[in-house]
Design a protein around this ligand. Structure first.
Ligand code: KG4
Ligand code: ZN
Length: 342
């Protein structure tokens, strides 16, 4: 098989990242400059600050990715960049850098959907590590990130049938908002996971929105229930049991995500399961799905769950192989559903 190496660039939110991936599976390098410390003071991503920081970091990060992979730009086969969905001012920084490199080198440009990137992170592994088994279709995928919560049926590469999505907050967004209510640091997901480690998941009865008859999700009622609980305790002058609330909230989210995913897999005859996106780094979610699933499960290595460019380069390899090329006047697509991909 011919070797394909793709340089990936990701700037859709608050991580400036570049990576080199071979044949969609082997990570030759993956460099990420996180802006978490910069945004923590605002309790969330500040779009203007994010795009300015991307401009500062983008070229050093691309150089680091090429250097770490011991490869020159002339030795890669194409340049893949996140085209959307994401923050418009952040996306354009990566896209413009990729266009400049493509124009200068003559290498083909590939605009990648960020959610497709998250899915393809499950195909990746680090150089030297054992090659995980390749996901098999039909595949039932759960994408849980800061901006999306979607159940997707994949019959083949690049074929996405969206079964359901969140009607309000994304799962990661719910973690971030509830963390703020509990006085925990940004980003909320890891903070809740840490706090929950000392808590009792049965301590608080919190609601689960099952939305029967649909494959959709809703987390705003759960968030409001936590808000009400916090206010009630405050009004009574009682101390907030942060660990118990964090554990009970996490359990409620994990319950709904895992059970709806299993039910959808059965209903649609999926052969395997895939979980991806920032929230798939969550220990409780990983454990629940890995222990209770009746089908083989693919979850990316923890280091590949949150935003990175290896997933964009990986998806880029598969797109490159299928003949995809984009023109140099390619625009950012801040809202770009998976279902619109061809
Ligand atoms: O995929 P991602 O890095 O960015 C988006 O595409 O949105 O996901 C970020 C989200 C944040 O909401 C963050 O709180 C959540 O993923 N997250 C977690 C964990 N690590 C990151 N949520 C729960 N548990 C975690 N360990
Ligand atoms: Zn993401």
């Amino acid at each position: 098989m011919e070797t394909i190496r793709i340089l990936g660039i990701e700037t859709s939110c608050d991580e400036t990242a570049a990576a080199v991936v071979e044949n969609g599976r082997v990570i030759l390098s993956s460099a990420v400059a996180s802006q978490i410390d910069l945004h923590a003071q605002y309790g969330g991503v500040f779009p203007e600050v994010a795009s300015r920081q991307h401009i500062r970091s983008i070229y050093p990060i691309i150089n680091a990715a090429l250097r770490d992979a011991h490869i020159s730009l002339q030795e890669v086969d194409g340049i893949a960049v996140t085209r959307g969905p994401g923050l418009p001012g952040s996306l354009v920084v990566g896209i413009n850098a990729a266009k400049g490199l493509s124009l200068g080198s003559g290498l083909p440009l590939l605009g990648i959907n960020h959610l497709e990137g998250h899915l393809y992170s499950a195909w990746l592994h680090n150089q030297g590590a054992d090659l995980p088994t390749e996901p098999q279709f039909p595949l039932l995928a759960l994408i849980v990130s800061g901006g999306h919560t979607e159940l997707v049926l994949m019959d083949a590469h690049h074929s996405y049938r969206r079964l359901g999505a969140t009607l309000d907050d994304a799962a990661g967004e719910a973690f971030d908002k509830v963390a703020r209510l509990l006085g925990l640091a940004y980003p909320g997901g890891p903070a809740i996971q840490r706090a929950a480690a000392d808590g009792d998941p049965q301590a608080q009865k919190l609601p689960r929105a099952w939305l029967p008859g649909t494959w959709n999700f809703s987390f705003s009622g759960l968030k409001t229930a936590v808000l009400r609980l916090v206010r009630e305790l405050e009004a009574n002058g009682e101390e907030l049991p942060v660990a118990d609330v964090a554990a009970s909230f996490q359990e409620a989210v994990v319950d709904v995500l895992a059970q709806k995913m299993f039910a959808a897999a059965e209903e649609f005859g999926a052969k395997e399961l895939l979980v991806a996106g920032g929230v798939s780094a969550n220990k409780a979610l990983r454990e629940r799905i890995l222990t209770e699933a009746k089908l083989p499960v693919h979850i990316p290595h923890i280091s590949l769950c949150t935003d990175n460019a290896a997933m964009i380069a990986g998806a880029g390899c598969f797109r490159f192989s299928s003949g995809r090329r984009d023109a140099l006047d390619m625009d950012a697509m801040p809202n770009w559903p998976l279902s619109e991909l061809e």
